[in-house]
Design a protein around this ligand. Sequence first.
Ligand code: ARG
Length: 451
Amino acid sequence: AGDVVRRERFSGGPARGFLSSLAADERIFAADLAVDRAHVVMLAEQGIIEADEAADVLTALNIVEVNGHGSLPDGEDVHAAIETAVIGEIGPVGGKMHTARSRNDEVAACIRYRLREDLLAAVEATLALRSALAEVAAAQVGTVMPGFTHLQPAQPTTVAHWALSYEQALRRDTARLFDAYGRTNRSPLGAAAFAGTTFDVDRERTAELLGFDGVVENAMDASAARDFLVESVAALAGLATTLSGLAEDLVVFANKGYVDLSDDYSSTSSIMPQKKNPDTLELVRACAGDASAGLNGLLTTLKGLPRAYNRDLQRATPHAWRTVDAVTEATEVAAGAVATATWPEEALAAAAGEGFSTATGVADLLAQHGVPFRTAHEVVALAAEGGSDAAAVEAAAAEVLDAPLTEYVDADAVAAALDPGASVESRDSAGGPARAAVDSQLASAEEALAA
Ligand code: ARG
């Protein structure tokens, strides 16, 4: 009765709605039931409560689960509401559930438990996108396309080389998500408010029952730490940044006619009937804003918090949920857009040599035949001004080298260097776009995906 009186006295006023996280806690409803069950089983195993009391609590928890989050009584949060519901089902013995714990270690356990699942969904999405990119690469090893720096034609490359560049970036994003998972996957249970407990709890046991890979040792750290949210959201923000670049590339390529996006990932205009717009990918690009907002929100909320628990932490959590939802969805959408896009080979081949993109290859050719690279660069720069073709190279060589070009290199070799396809094939250094180099990148992508 004393407890009911205290609950009635505190926070029942106009700030009630502001204080309560019950609605937002729907996300951790299932997690809280799991945490409650593990805790109660441990309490019984340790002889802290009786087996039949534990059984009654577990029965009540089953009823609460079936009734669902929507049927919970009012409460400051899901933890309080579930406890009230359990007591409502089985009477005061239900209050034994909260022996040797606090909502502080409880909520931290719930967030970690739920976030694990969400991180794995994000990982799955990165794997789907990487598979889609690897499939594009496998099909487009020989599809020559323009490569850009500063958004200007730079050197010819292939669609496969482009796709694998994102596969490799995303591979690191996957690894960062797994890193965050590893440190998220630790149990804070048994920390109680922050100062441990007089009861003989078995922290390793609750950790094991909940599938955690060990405990967060220091009780004060266990209840206060949210850096696992920071690193998870940071990993997601990094992923969102990778996605934004991929989406931007596809928007630009679609604009130039280098890629044909499926209708499923395009929109039209409400007024301009001819339009096919890459809206979906623009939204993927925009998710970097959601992720950055989540990371900033978290860091700013956590900054300067004293030890140990402070209620600010309640407002930190939703930043993580919003970020993981937005970025996972964007990753899935990007995977679909990549998997369904088609690459118009002829348009790409025609564009591949635009803007004298083979110039570097011509300079390399001269340098391979004894002309210092800087001088070769000068020759080709002059040729770029004079028509960007074989005749221009010849004229520029005569002027800069003061000798006929054929003294260094024969005409066939120059013609090959000026051909976008041959130019790609000649760049066979490790990681380059030539078929052999791309084949080994593709093999590493497939191996990483299989692992
Ligand atoms: N709902 C809170 C949270 O999300 C947990 C409650 C702990 N409350 C407290 N006053 N110590 O962090």
